[in-house]
Design a protein around this ligand. Sequence first.
Ligand code: PMT
Length: 403
Amino acid sequence: MSLQGKHIILGVTGSIAAYKSAILTRLLVKKGAEVQTVITPAGKEFITPVTLSALSGRPVISEFFASSNGTWHSHVDLGLWADLMIVAPATASSIGKMANGIADNMLVTTYLSMKAPVFVAPAMDLDMYRHVSTQRNIKKLKSDGVHIIEATEGELASHLEGKGRMEEPENIVAMLEHFFATDHNLDKKKIMITAGPTYERIDPVRFIGNFSSGKMGFALAEECASRGAEVVLITGPTALSASHPNILRVNVESAMEMYDAALKNFPQMDAAILSAAVADYRPEQRSDKKIKRSDKEHYTLSLVSNPDIAASLGKLKKPGQLTIGFALETSDEERNATKKMEEKNLDFIVLNSLNDRGAGFGHDTNKVTILSRHGEKQSFPLKSKNDVAKDIIHTVFHSCLDS
Ligand code: PMT
């Protein structure tokens, strides 16, 4: 792997770990990258621009203007030039400014103009790192599509032990190489994802629904989009928001609405990932008025079958189009999942079981086994839904891209 010819903006902020940015610059340059350093005023207190410009072979940018001759440093041009921006080390203050758009220095202004993927490697004291404010800002950056390189544990500049050390430059370079090698492998692919629950209205105040939060589907959408795919995310009711600009969100409520949206979009797609928990039945009749409680002991609701979206796409599928389903099981898991894959003409099915703690509805984690129509099987341990999404996309698409 190499970074040959990649244009990388290295943001340096005011942390003791700024000395590592010199090593990082050297390693990036050795891998063939062109490195443009942008440093905050506080960053210059920790490492001199002379060191960084000598290592990168480019003048270091810190101010909006060069004070010697008034040259304007265009953050817009930097945003267009870069293949990637990495802020390492990133202090709590800079992370906060980036998360909240406080563009009072060249580094944050450059970030706000960035068209390329952005990585952030935090470095700070352990109390600052775990402070609710810092964690809120990191979460915000993540939801804005920024890749966070978690701080590591060890001895800190304060002589305290804990989490807050900037990741080692060698590991950061390896991550960036891996990113360029794999993370754009869905460039120009069109992927449709169904997510969340469906609500089947009984009357104006009641519905039949389920406990799906949409987290699994949204994680898949973010993962596909960050790998360069154009994503259509058809989602049932959820409080989640999708942040990546390549995600086109289509809000639906019922299974019928999800079915209509899926069938409309599928002909243009390279693949469909069906992670929604779709209601199999809906009330035969929907009352326009709130149904009143009666004295009767029993109330019977008559239900009719909803169309099966996955099975319908399985019938419409053209050569080259992939469909990937999910199976949420409670017993005889693999057999049931395999049966669903066959009945719905899916290429892959992702099995998750409610018997596994931390898997399925609502959790931030999931534990999946991916089965393919060719009989392959891969099981993964419990992971965050973001990491599960990575595993699914890697497993499913490396085969279709290689073919
Ligand atoms: O949203 P989260 O809280 O993150 O939870 C994630 C999840 C548990 C919902 C997800 O991981 C999952 O398992 N989704 C599928 C749940 C489900 O309804 O499974 P199923 O076995 O009933 O359906 C099998 C497949 O057919 C699924 O791909 C489903 O989307 C699809 N289907 C089902 C019925 C229907 N009418 N149309 C469909 O397309």
